[in-house]
Design a binder for this molecule. Structure first.
Ligand SMILES: *Cc1c(COP(=O)(O)O)cnc(C)c1O
Length: 360
């Protein structure tokens, strides 16, 4: 079977054992004689799947009792609207840290619901770092503060999670959930689209502190209200059943790998292989400040667009796919999520080394 190393930012590579399990169970799920895709979401079989997915996530992330896990559709992008709709209830004001394209979209949506104060921005730095937060702005009456723990497009990450005291901290973890250890208790709400580090597209995970649920305005549409999902175990209407099922398998796989602690070690190792090479290279460079370098998305470039194009073309011939950088940044980007094996990164670096020798 021919498989490439797929460095796509999302949807992205999934563990092979998971895909094989899906294939095995596709026509006849555990002797039910039908596929998960064809099964009622009210069946006992599917109930078990949703419950197990939730409990696996709680176990892997060590989620405290006073949090709910919700399964929602609409992608992380819908959370840009749902968060202010549900959490901007007291002061109608929130603080946002602006660290790239995704935080910009989050800010734009929140501004439609209430007042946004941007308490820090790395825009002047072309988003190659994570900014310090202006604490004087935080002392205002705000409902929450929003950060993007990993900036998928720019390739930066928070090394330290900011302390916000009583103010709930909301985090977009779409591109680095379960990639490193986080203390969930530091957050009021964590959200992530599944298609990067969790499973297939169509599912968004929201982990929210229970006291933050139930304060949405009465005019809030039922499908945009966290309370609807929490009251009905995310089964108010038909959930993205197949995506939840595959996510369950990914979580089982992660547990078998040794959980977050082990995968974090592996992620540091993978990222180091690529960054160490970039730092030594005479052809490739990384645009991101050393301190804030992402473990998941690694942008890099040569000195010219022509050479970048040649690199991408030759990489493809070697089974190294989806390395083109985001159009807003240019160059290349390797997304090396949990499911990317160490060998994938090593193969990429070996190829880059050979390319460098040939075209220096
Ligand atoms: C991909 C991504 C999004 C958007 O996700 P969708 O599920 O496509 O809406 C938002 N935030 C971050 C950090 C992302 O990486």
């Amino acid at each position: 079977m021919h498989r490439v190393y797929n460095f796509s930012a999302g949807p992205s590579t999934l563990p092979i054992p998971v895909l094989e399990q899906v294939q095995k169970e596709l026509l006849n799920y555990q002797e039910t004689g039908m596929s998960i895709m064809e099964m009622s979401h009210r069946s006992k079989t599917f109930q078990d799947i949703i419950d197990e997915t939730k409990s696996l996530l709680c176990e892997l992330m060590n989620i405290p009792e006073n949090y709910e896990v919700l399964f929602i559709q609409g992608g992380a992008s819908l959370q840009f609207s749902m968060i202010p709709l549900n959490l901007m209830h007291r002061y109608k004001q929130a603080a946002y840290v602006h660290t790239g394209s995704w935080s910009k979209k989050a800010i734009q949506e929140a501004e439609k619901i209430g007042t946004v104060s941007v308490v820090a921005s790395s825009e002047n730095d072309r988003f190659t770092s994570i900014p310090e937060i202006n604490r004087t702005l935080l002392s205002q009456e705000i409902d929450y503060m929003h950060i993007t723990t990993n900036n998928t497009i720019e390739g930066t990450r928070y090394v330290n999670i900011p302390e916000t005291g009583e103010i709930p901290l909301v985090a977009d973890m779409s591109s680095n959930i379960l990639s490193e250890k986080y203390d969930v208790a530091k957050f009021g709400l964590i959200y992530a689209g599944a298609q990067k580090n969790l499973g297939p597209a169509g599912l968004t995970i929201v982990i929210v502190r229970k006291d933050l649920i139930g304060a949405a305005h009465s005019s809030c549409p039922v499908m945009l209200n966290y309370e609807t999902y929490s009251k009905h175990n995310s089964l108010y209407n038909t959930p993205p059943a197949f995506s939840i099922y595959v996510t369950k398998l990914v979580l089982q796989w992660l547990k078998e790998q040794g959980g977050v602690q082990e995968i974090e070690k592996r992620n540091y190792k993978k990222a180091a292989i690529l960054y160490n090479f970039l730092d030594e290279s005479s052809v490739f460079t990384s645009p991101v400040h050393t301190t804030y370098r992402s473990l998941m998305n690694i942008p890099f470039t040569t000195s010219s667009n022509e050479r970048n194009a040649l690199f991408l073309q030759e990489a493809k011939k070697h089974g190294l796919e989806e390395l083109k950088g985001h159009r807003s940044v240019g160059g290349m980007r390797a997304s090396i999520y949990n499911a990317m094996p160490v060998e994938g990164v090593q193969t990429l670096v070996n190829f880059m080394y050979a390319f460098e020798k040939k075209y220096k």
